[in-house]
Design a protein around this ligand. Structure first.
Ligand SMILES: [Zn+2]
Length: 52
């Protein structure tokens, strides 16, 4: 299920920094389930001890 409103209100910046990507994916995972959190970003989120 995609949270279209959230996506429209929260676009990924162009050429995002790692911090911006992490922040986006954390907020995304909290608000939308359209794709799984995985790979490098998931590792980075875990490494930073961020709770989803
Ligand atoms: Zn989504």
């Amino acid at each position: 299920m995609i949270n279209k409103e959230w996506h429209l209100a929260n676009r990924m910046p162009k050429n995002p920094t790692l911090d911006q990507r992490v922040q986006w994916h954390v907020e995304h995972a909290r608000n939308c389930q359209c794709r799984k959190l995985e790979g490098k970003i998931l590792e980075e989120i875990k490494k930073r001890g961020i709770k989803i």
